[in-house]
Design a protein. Sequence first.
Lengths: 212, 212
Amino acid sequence: MTLRSFSSGDFIGREGRSVSTCAILTQGFAVRQKLTGLGDCQIVSLHGPGDALNFQNAFLGFPDYDIRSVKDCVASFFNASALKDLAAERPAVAISLLMGAFTEASIAREWMLNTGRRSARTRLAHFLCEYLDRISLRQHPADGKYELRLTQEQIGDATGMTAVHVNRMLKALQSEKLIKQLGRFLSVPNMAALMDAGEYNPRYLHLPQANS
Amino acid sequence: MTLRSFSSGDFIGREGRSVSTCAILTQGFAVRQKLTGLGDCQIVSLHGPGDALNFQNAFLGFPDYDIRSVKDCVASFFNASALKDLAAERPAVAISLLMGAFTEASIAREWMLNTGRRSARTRLAHFLCEYLDRISLRQHPADGKYELRLTQEQIGDATGMTAVHVNRMLKALQSEKLIKQLGRFLSVPNMAALMDAGEYNPRYLHLPQANS
DNA sequence: CGTTTAATTGAAAGCAGTCAAACTATGTGG
DNA sequence: CCACATAGTTTGACTGCTTTCAATTAAACG
């Protein structure tokens, strides 16, 4: 079990070759991404402290995505086969992993709906809602200002649009008073309105508290 | 353990309320889908005989998708808690479920890349490659003619485009000699060329035979 | 304080969507 | 076996959302 640090843009893991370790993010903010043949990037998931980054390494042949540090990250690495052994010995561990994997798949499905069938504006509002929910799991900012740790280009990579269009849609949401931007920070005067604009319902995150 | 039959368009399962059963598809062809607030449909996965349709019901609170029969389906239903108990008693079962869940998530990520960052033509070629791979797992047609069981509208719902544009792109692939259409059947003169056009590499399916 | 990175804005082009109509296949009942 | 109804495919014309390209401004960093 070793800790490693990564600065912005560093690869915490790479697609392709099989690796014998798994990792948990302990600090910072990271994403998984995939590239097209032309080099276009699609971000496929967001990860904060406590998130499993690549547990599939213990059970499938190879990672199908890159893992990239967005903001200074610290990740804890451990042996993949140790995880597999643990899952084989302790059913509760296996079931916990299973719930995590199903949840990941559920989030991925919502993202598919987002990029496939929603307008840029809706898509962006939806993305912002999820982003805010995920970073505020641990703590809500006292002043209501959330740090937007992703660049507009990265938001575009996550939502399937260009950075230029992200900028324009961000402005549109601002002029509709759905969000307020102050430098790298963002506040939401009326969360219900933003959720409405993004057709956002967090059920798909399958958070333990918000069941039903 | 009960068998039920479904004709085209029937719902095998519905999003929303918690259900106490899981199902395996034993015959036919089905999809999972989600709807936007406006009623636009996104197909999020394809399922053939032998596929688990909703094992997550045993581990998460509720299904986040509809399951819909595309062609006459038969599904085998069983108690979700029985599956959970089995996973808790037999680690090998849990690990097998885990591999299935990770694979689903991997496929979902590739679809995100597809709809988010690839052109309609590439996206369609990619989709056709995966479709052909999945239906020919069990048997390759002797004459090289695959039955295209999805309507153009459904292909659009899976790839995030309109039925009209699917039609046009299908014609484009035909004029490029990448596919040949004869009624509801489809043949591929040069699979390598179609795979190339779709930037298709089946590694993300994590099929047991094709490791490395 | 200079250099790099990110955000912003405008203008133009294009891919894909929308709307509407015609055509084809499939299936049903008489 | 034909007539009709329905579902799916095909085509054209037009619109428009996003992208692309390019240039400017602002912010972050050493």
